[in-house]
Design a protein around this ligand. Structure first.
Ligand code: G3H
Length: 476
């Protein structure tokens, strides 16, 4: 066996291994490329107790002192970005340039979060509107306590940092659990944190198979907030298990790109391709269906096919546009969606070939509402095209989804754009651009099965704090 990457958990500021391992499999070669500790209930419970014990002193440290030590972590992430990117290439088959961009984006996120936190001040309220003249309420934001941060495989740096940093800077302690695929990166970040002056126990990183430790992780009574990004199935399971904690859930999506007949089709197609096929479609905010006016459907499809044909397909090391999807289970699932659609009369325009976990970018036309591909989330490089006869039908198909993350509308008519945007049941609507979470300080929310609560830098900070009031009363 080639040398594999081996990482440790981080508990109470110390590297931790117990001799039991979870193997990490390469999406590119299907070989074992690393291992992370398979922690047990006792070890995870210990991490929570340590986080709980460390939190109060951490919260009492002045904000600038907290920022100072967290900034040391940021500096280390910056100086180790090449290694972090190499691990992403290896572990999740993300193209190298995109991996570097993800680290840089996360570093910017950290800086912005520090600045935003400095500007979150207590609010003061006069009591007199309630006929309580001699009352002044002062409400400061205080940390909620212990945060469980669970990051997904697809953004092992950004979607870890965007939970951990706001939680910590706001004065919470954190137990961090990266998705199994993504654990090498997550635990490497934790090792960098170990080399800083962040007080022991404030930030802990644990690992193990979700199927084995998932319930242990989310049911611990010391947790105050769970911030989770991942699949809708796991998100719903977490919600059902953890009734007494606050939750921020970022789950799936089936984001539509709605293309009106007056859209600039060339520009629209470029943005759809980027939105649908970046990181091989493995983004919750990827464009996952095109709803196009029947009058321009063939024209748009032709341009899309030409652009898909130009996507490079291959290895993440070579920075190809399309790289292997995360595992073979995903390949099989996506193939099932495609064959269901083809059996029911859809037409393959390009792609629909597989080598190992590498799926050729695929466009499926004539997709109808009776096909699974119209509704289910593939998390891979396949894009269904559905035509509509009028705007009412477009809105109806868009809103019929069980998801409500984002939508895009492409048109040159601002009136149509705004009027449709108001009626779409999603967290965000992008006019004339692809669906996307960023810039990272925008509020990011999903409704229906897409999630719970709001992220984005300000909103994330607020979600990890609660208003605590002190009311002054006086006599005249
Ligand atoms: O996969 C879920 C991410 O939140 C999507 O983020 O829109 O920046 O790719 P993104």
């Amino acid at each position: 066996m080639n040398k594999i990457e081996q990482m440790s958990a981080l508990i109470n500021g110390q590297s931790y291994q117990n001799g039991k391992w979870v193997e990490i499999i390469s999406p590119t070669t299907n070989e074992v490329i690393g291992q992370v500790p398979a922690l047990t209930k006792n070890e995870i419970d210990k991490a929570y107790q340590i986080a709980f014990d460390a939190q109060k002193l951490w919260a009492e440290m002045p904000l600038l002192a907290r920022i100072k030590v967290l900034n040391q972590w940021k500096e280390l992430i910056t100086s180790h970005k090449e290694k972090i990117a190499d691990l992403m290439v290896l572990e999740i088959a993300k193209g190298r340039k995109a991996a570097i961009t993800e680290v840089e984006r996360s570093v910017m996120y950290i800086d912005y979060t520090f600045e935003e936190m400095k500007r979150i001040h207590p609010r003061a309220y006069n009591g007199d509107s309630w006929n309580a003249k001699n009352k002044l309420g002062i409400f400061e934001y205080v940390p909620k306590g212990v945060v469980l941060a669970i990051s997904p495989f697809n953004y092992p740096v950004n979607l870890a940092i965007s939970k951990i940093i706001p939680a910590l800077v706001a004065g919470n302690s954190v137990v961090f659990k990266p998705a199994s695929q993504g654990s090498l990166v997550g635990l490497y970040l934790a090792q960098l944190a170990k080399a800083t002056e962040i007080p022991a126990g404030v930030f802990n990183a644990v690992s193990g198979k979700g199927s084995e430790i998932g319930d242990i992780l989310v049911e611990n009574p010391l947790i105050n907030v769970i911030s989770f990004t991942g699949s809708p199935e796991v998100g719903k399971h977490i919600a059902s298990k953890s009734l007494k904690v606050d939750m921020i859930l970022e789950l799936g999506g089936k984001d539509p790109a709605i293309v009106l007949a007056d859209a600039d089709l060339e520009d629209t197609a470029s943005k759809i391709i980027k939105g649908a096929f970046s990181y091989s479609g493995q983004r919750c905010t990827a464009i996952k269906r095109v709803l196009v006016d029947a009058k321009v459907k063939n024209q748009l499809a032709k341009i899309l096919v030409a652009k898909v044909a130009k996507l490079s397909v291959g290895k993440p090391e070579d920075d190809c546009d399309i790289t292997p999807v995360i595992d073979n289970k995903t390949v099989k699932y996506i193939q099932g969606l495609i064959s269901d659609a083809l059996k029911k009369g859809a037409k393959n325009l390009i792609g629909n070939k597989v080598e190992g976990n590498l799926m050729m970018p695929t466009l499926i036309d004539n997709v109808k509402e009776n096909m699974k591909l119209a509704w289910e989330e593939p998390f891979g490089p396949v894009l269904p095209i559905i035509s509509f006869k009028d705007i009412e039908q477009a809105i109806s198909i868009a809103n019929k989804s069980e998801y409500g993350l984002q939508a895009a509308i492409f048109t040159t008519n601002i009136n149509s754009a705004l009027s449709i945007a108001k009626r779409l049941e999603t967290g965000t609507v992008n006019i004339n651009d692809q669906t996307q979470r960023g810039p990272d300080h925008f509020p990011f929310t999903g409704i229906k099965d897409s999630g719970l609560g709001a992220q984005g830098i300000h909103d994330s900070l607020i979600s990890f704090m609660r208003p605590k009031g002190i009311v002054l009363n006086w006599k005249d």
